[in-house]
Design a protein around this ligand. Structure first.
Ligand code: FEO
Length: 400
């Protein structure tokens, strides 16, 4: 893709990746992903902010040369060291050997750790430090640890109220022609922001809240994150979404039903719960087979909806492994503020219901009743009990 001017001094020099199958080796990328990199060209100095993944290094370099011509970039500012943004450092440095790497002490340690290079010009920065690139071009740094790694920071171009936010406010989805949100339909990126946040950053809600508090008094005209569109017209919505998600606040009173089923018996139980929910007026129901739907979409729906139904067979005296993976993911992210209903099934050893109850309790998540445990196939009485479980959950949600 070509370079794009975001302002007279700020340029987009990032790349699209539509070939990587799974981000971090785990998360599917049906819309691809962009690795956003920016160039701020001041009167005296030029700075690259954020990098690209190693396979895209040459594209980034050609973008830099297209803008700067014979001038060389003076600084590489690293807001975040995850290799989707730092992978091209060695190649960039080979091309521009005099470049100074700007980062905090943790960043610079990781530059050595990942890439084995410490014979470089570096400029360590602390929270609140500034760097002038010339008249009316002042960069200010703010440390935002654990959004999404310990070294993460953001960079603010003071005179243009432009925030280079690292992963914060980012989303999956390559950029299809335009870079600024004003020049595209950004609606398709919002579900991908939910999936990106909930899976990648979802564990670090407390730290995101701290970062948001730190940034609260900044005027923001433009947000340049490391993934997805550059935000200008929808800044309020994007910041609000990150704020709600990092407080583990559901986006609606719908229900996510996650079930596992080998031969359809547990699926029939989950369907009965869904019928009860629908009878009591729940209209947003995400009904997800844990064996079929990718975990990342399940986690996103759990972040979206207030209600959660888990239905699992007993398997090898434990939870059915695909459902177990979902419960693990809930635990890892410390998801809270949800109301659950639980169903366990078994053929001879009634373990699943007990385990679901214990694990939801351990994580401090509310449940509307004791888990329902059903042996082999649900009877008509069992099905009615499951419908009533759905109705109970719906009534509880409707009171919220
Ligand atoms: Fe886009 Fe945490 O790296």
């Amino acid at each position: 893709m070509r370079t794009t001017g975001i302002s007279e001094k700020v340029y987009y020099i990032g790349v699209n990746d539509r070939t990587t199958h799974k981000f971090e080796g785990m998360w599917p990328l049906p819309m691809g992903v962009s690795y956003n990199s920016y160039l701020v060209a001041g009167e005296d100095k030029a700075a690259i902010i954020d990098g690209v993944e190693v396979r895209h290094a040459l594209s980034q370099i050609s973008h830099i040369k297209a803008i700067l011509g014979d001038r060389k970039p003076d600084y590489l500012i690293i807001n975040h060291m995850e290799p989707d943004h730092s992978g091209a450092i060695k190649i960039l440095r080979a091309e521009f050997p005099d470049i100074t790497i700007v980062g905090n002490t943790q960043t610079l340690g990781m530059v050595k750790g990942f890439y084995g290079i410490d014979d470089i010009n570096t400029l360590p920065v602390k929270d609140g430090d500034t760097l002038s690139l010339g008249a009316d071009t002042t960069l200010r740094f703010a440390l935002t640890p654990m959004v999404h790694w310990p070294e993460t920071m953001v960079t603010y171009l003071v005179e243009e109220q432009t925030l280079f936010s690292g992963d914060a406010f980012g989303c999956f989805g390559a950029l299809s022609g335009a870079v600024l949100d004003t020049d595209m339909d950004t609606d398709p990126y919002f579900p991908e922001m939910l999936r990106y946040y909930s899976n990648i950053v979802g564990k670090y809600g407390t730290f995101v809240q701290r970062a948001l508090a730190k940034l609260k008094n900044l005027s923001l005209s433009t947000i340049c994150s490391t993934h997805g569109p550059v935000w200008r017209s929808r800044i309020g919505e994007v910041v609000d979404l990150y704020d709600r998600l990092s407080r583990y606040e559901p986006l609606d009173n719908g229900v996510t039903i996650v079930y596992g089923s080998m031969y359809g018996n547990t699926e029939a139980m989950a369907e009965a719960v869904a019928e009860g929910l629908a009878e009591e007026g729940v209209r947003k129901i995400s009904f997800l087979n844990a064996s079929v739907t990718d975990l990342s979409y399940i986690i996103a729906e759990i972040f979206r909806h207030k209600g959660l139904v888990l239905a699992s067979p007993t398997y090898s005296d434990g939870l059915f492994p695909p459902v177990n993976a979902v419960v693990d993911a809930i635990e890892t992210r410390g998801i809270k503020n949800r109301i659950t209903a639980l169903v366990g099934s078994n053929t001879w050893a009634p373990r699943a219901a007990k385990l679901l109850g214990e694990r939801i309790d351990e994580n401090g998540i509310e449940r509307v009743s004791d888990p329902i445990s059903i042996k082999q196939s649900a009877t008509s009485t069992d099905l009615e009990n499951l419908r009533e479980l759905g109705r109970t959950l719906a009534r509880r949600l409707n009171c919220e």
